[in-house]
Ligand binder design. Structure first.
Ligand SMILES: Cc1ncc(C[n+]2csc(CCOP(=O)(O)OP(=O)(O)O)c2C)c(N)n1
Ligand SMILES: CC(=O)[C@@H](O)[C@H](O)COP(=O)(O)O
Ligand SMILES: [Mg+2]
Length: 637
């Protein structure tokens, strides 16, 4: 790493020769494979943007110029060139974030990692430059996948309007989201890719003319200057230019010189310009290139030589869903599936294999996915839209106004619900059960184990007159947690063993084992506890209020935001029923949580069995104290 270790900031790149830049690119690739194989992370996307990132940092002056990364999962090279080369704790507590992070560097601007927002950000920053009369540049890098998101097009519509407001949009076209990017836009990019466009014409001309240096170079410069007329003559540029945006490309995204030349021209253009760069996801790393499913989009720890995972975990929540969906598909012809560009991560790849005509990849378009699902349901099918919990946030209005208001039987399967941890604030699924509480008619299932995923998925798809939600965590699914009884629709996981128990512990989803542990700890303090799993947490089961009434305290524990979550819903249901029992709700505080493992985050926010048991013990003791005081006072009177 002779060169890489000497790069302390972008300006160190200025003094490198073309040969050294190529060497640096090779060093970066080898660094990435070595480092990310030890920690896990977004390997494929970063291997693809090595030359592009070098060129961007040579042409633009970050942090004065703002280089913005859509989603931000491809910002590792940017980190390496902006003074962050300790990747030993990537995505771990105290280590580098997996995305740009403002706390890490003045070179980082956006850190939310939900896709397709970068053009909106760029539009705003460019407008601010204009109003404040600054000559800084704004450069937005957006992938072909992120470009399928509607927000990107809303921004382009605005950006195209201001012909003299400088803004450089780099389309990082690697033809893939996870799987190959689909749709009309992807097809259009493919047309542009295969068009022997202006840039390639110039590159080829340069190659030929370079062989005759005396006349060659001046002639090349003249051709270069002819620009627009020549360009249109060689290749009509299609959609982007029709929208009113200057289009430069396609550029070989692994040729630093070509990239710099294109970016320099874009920088000088003085208006909105698109630089279309062709890159290869997983570039230079054979195991990634051989992985047709996702080109090592995001990996766990792997053997660097083979790319094979270091350890294979047992059954996970996604896998359970995946298998049950295939069974359902065989049983019911009306069941169809939707994914927003995440077929394999949400486990719909098996369904797609079995029923290729019954699965729809809508692109990174959660809003459209939800509305399209409403259409499918209205047309007589039962769509199952599998999506990460955090990404459903974007489609809230569509769930409310299109699916729920129209009483459509659509099942939303929310993967990665609850604390996911290592992907940081944006990827925790901690809002779904709060925002969805307000949707009339919608029902939410929070399965506690694999059996319940299977059972509740089946219950969900039986509902054809309202939206249903099945939400579960990331990663390995624990052993089955058996019910010892049933009250209403709720499973009793532990009986208190007395007629007037102290605590009713309401356990939500995957937290069942932890709740049983809490009950055990309370038992050691002489506090009797009933544990119930409501299974369907919205609406609150009718049996909840009478059951709560038989206890002295109600405690709810959920892997979701406390504000507006299941605890709030239960409290409201008790109030409505006139049941006056103290309730304490445990969940995630309304904070953006830094990246760390799930276990570390849970410990930090006090969502652990000992923490909760301690607080409940305190609460019960306080009640005992009050009760004893009341008894003494009553005796005195
Ligand atoms: C709103 C939203 N939906 C889904 C995702 C998950 N996701 C992360 S990266 C990605 C694919 C991005 O493809 P592209 O923009 O082409 O970037 P590449 O990885 O190919 O460089 C997806 C679907 C996300 N981050 N945000
Ligand atoms: C950037 C992004 O949104 C995804 O790539 C995400 O990081 C993947 O998360 P999982 O590893 O949980 O599938
Ligand atoms: Mg892509």
């Amino acid at each position: 790493m002779a060169l890489l270790t000497r790069i302390t900031g972008p300006r160190d790149l200025d003094r490198l020769s073309p040969e050294q830049l190529d060497q640096l690119a090779a060093e970066i690739r080898s660094f990435l494979v070595d480092a990310v194989s030890k920690t896990g992370g977004h390997l494929g996307p970063n291997l693809g943007v090595v030359e592009l990132t070098i060129a961007l940092h040579r042409v633009f002056e970050s942090p004065k110029d703002k280089i913005l990364w859509d989603t931000g999962h491809q910002s590792y090279v940017h980190k390496l060139l902006t003074g962050r080369q300790d990747f030993s704790r990537l995505k771990m507590k105290g280590g580098l974030s997996g995305y740009p992070a403002r706390a890490e560097s003045e070179h980082d601007v956006i850190e939310n990692s939900h896709a397709s927002t970068v053009l909106g950000w760029a539009d705003g920053l460019a407008k601010a430059n204009e109003v404040l009369d600054r000559d800084d540049h704004v450069v937005a890098v957006i992938g072909d996948g992120a470009l399928t998101g509607g927000m990107a097009w809303e921004a382009l519509n605005n950006i195209a309007e201001a012909k003299d407001r400088p803004l450089v949009i780099v389309v990082n076209d690697n033809e893939r989201s996870y799987a190959p990017t689909i749709g009309g836009l992807a097809n259009h990019l493919a047309t542009l890719r295969t068009t022997d466009g202006y840039e390639r014409f110039l590159a080829r001309t340069k190659e030929i003319l370079d062989r005759t240096p005396v006349v060659g170079r001046p002639l090349y410069e003249t051709l270069h200057g002819a620009k627009k007329g020549l360009k249109d003559f060689i290749a009509p540029q299609g959609m982007f230019e029709d929208l009113g945006l200057k289009y430069v490309g396609p550029i070989d995204g692994h040729d630093i010189e070509a990239l710099e030349s294109a970016l320099t021209r874009a920088k000088r253009f003085g208006g909105p310009v698109i630089v279309h760069c062709l890159t290869e996801k997983g570039r230079g790393y054979q195991p990634a290139l051989a992985d047709e499913a996702d080109r090592f989009h995001a990996v766990g720890k792997i053997h660097p030589d083979t790319g094979l995972p270091i350890s294979t975990s047992g059954a996970d929540w996604t896998g359970v869903f995946a298998d049950e969906m295939v069974k359902l598909g065989h049983e019911r012809e009306d069941v169809v599936a939707i994914t927003a560009a995440m077929l394999q991560p949400v486990g719909l790849d098996k369904f797609a294999k079995a029923f290729p005509d019954r699965v729809y990849d809508v692109g990174i378009a959660e809003q459209h996915g939800a509305v399209s699902a409403a259409g499918l349901a209205t047309g007589g099918l039962h769509p199952v839209f599998a999506v990460y919990a955090t990404f459903l946030n974007r489609a809230f209005d569509q769930v409310l106004m299109d699916v729920a208001l129209h009483k459509c039987g659509v099942t939303f399967v929310l993967d990665r619900a609850g604390i996911t941890g290592t992907d940081g604030a944006s990827h925790n699924g901690m809002w779904d059960m709060s925002i969805l509480q307000v949707v009339p008619g919608l029902r939410i299932a929070a399965p506690r184990d694999a059996d319940q995923v299977r059972a509740q998925l089946r219950e969900a798809v039986e509902v054809d007159d309202a939206p249903t939600v099945v939400r579960y965590s990331k990663g390995a699914v624990g052993p089955a947690v058996e019910a010892v009884g049933r009250i209403g629709g709720m499973d009793v996981l532990r009986e208190a063993g007395t007629d007037r128990p102290d605590v009713l512990l309401v356990s939500v989803g995957a937290l069942a084992p932890m709740c049983l542990e809490i009950a055990g700890l309370l038992d050691q303090q002489g506090i009797s506890t009933t544990v119930v799993d409501p299974r369907w947490v919205k609406p609150v089961d009718e049996a909840m209020a009478p059951l709560a009434d038989r206890h002295r305290v109600v405690v709810t524990v959920e892997d979701n935001g406390r504000v507006g979550g299941v605890g709030c819903a239960v409290a409201q249901a008790l109030r409505d029923a006139g049941v006056d029992v103290p309730l304490r709700d445990f969940g995630i505080p309304p904070r953006f949580l830094d990246h760390a493992s799930r276990k570390e985050v849970m410990a930090e926010i006090g969502l652990t069995a000992p923490d909760i048991a301690r607080q409940v013990t305190g609460l019960v003791s306080k009640l005992d104290g009050r009760y004893e005081r009341a008894e003494v006072e009553a005796a005195r009177d």
